[in-house]
Design a protein around this ligand. Structure first.
Ligand code: ADP
Length: 266
């Protein structure tokens, strides 16, 4: 983004020409856009769950009605879900600001890739696992050990697993995880048989707030921050992520973690 300044050049009170000054304001525009997005995120994304929580609690507090226990249970489960949603938003938001300010610190420890993958699969919320199968292939001979921040690796994997199931219309959702390694990296790929991503969107899915289909994503509870965080976490590990996808067939996201991340901690 550029701002064009036009100014006159005068000599002894006489205009002898004019000049143009081109100012690059890309950074300013980006920051403004981020702020605008955060504001619309706050108003839209927080308002809905807060309104629902308020309604449910007000209902439960009415002492002129004797609610059925099942009804109370249902309302409270809804409240819990809404609170979890707000919690997710706040956490994502905090991670984004850490990435933005370059303070996403990681605590690398020696971890076993196969274990961390299995643990992340176990953490997928049961509702998302309905009509879905996970296959995990460990193609590494010997140990698949690397240095990374375990919590962050699980966060990245869980994010990819969730997306693989969310953006998926298949009657039976299939997610395949393959663990490999080469000289430099521990490589984890996550493939799905979901809706895929059109080539024209693929570059931008790692941008904050970018969503291919805003209404569909909102419905499924997304904020457009997940992959931006994933990328930030991979960069903090001096690793990388890449994606291959084709519409209606599915997507493969591949993570590359350097083996020797010991001295990576910034
Ligand atoms: P969110 O899921 O919260 O919208 P993400 O940053 O995780 O945000 O993803 C950005 C967008 O990329 C999603 O809105 C979706 O359109 C697309 N996307 C991500 N993962 C997949 C996937 N496995 N298959 C198809 N589309 C995907």
């Amino acid at each position: 983004f550029y701002l064009l300044h036009r100014f006159s050049v005068t000599s002894e009170e006489e205009q002898i020409g004019f000049g143009l000054l081109i100012q690059d304001i890309t950074k300013e525009v980006e920051i403004d856009t981020l702020k605008d997005n955060l504001i619309s995120l706050t108003s839209h994304e927080f308002k809905t769950p807060i309104t629902t929580i308020k309604g449910s609690v007000e209902t439960l507090l009415r002492n002129d009605v004797d609610w059925e226990p099942e009804f109370k249970q249902e309302l409270l489960e809804g409240v819990l879900e809404d609170i979890e949603r707000i919690q997710q938003l706040v956490n994502d938001w905090m991670d984004i600001s850490k990435i933005e300010s370059g303070t996403m610190y990681i605590e690398p420890r020696q971890i076993h890739a196969d274990k961390v993958i299995q643990e992340s699969i176990d953490r997928i919320p049961p509702v998302l696992q309905e009509d879905a199968t996970f296959q995990f292939h460990n193609e590494v001979e010997g140990k698949a050990v690397f240095y990374a921040d375990k919590e962050r690796v699980q966060q990245v994997l869980l994010n990819l697993f969730t997306n693989a199931l969310r953006y998926n219309d298949a009657v039976h959702k299939e997610v395949e995880i393959i663990l490999r390694k080469n000289e430099e990296y521990i490589i984890i790929s996550v493939s799905d048989n979901g809706i895929g991503i059109d080539e024209k969107h693929i570059e931008r899915i790692f941008n904050r707030f970018y969503q291919v289909d805003v209404t569909a994503t909102r419905r499924s509870g997304g904020t457009g921050l997940g992959l931006a965080i994933v990328q930030g976490v991979m960069e903090a590990h001096q690793g990388k992520i890449n994606v291959e996808s084709s519409v209606d067939t599915g997507s493969t996201f591949t993570l590359y973690f350097p083996h020797v991340g010991k001295e990576v901690n910034k």
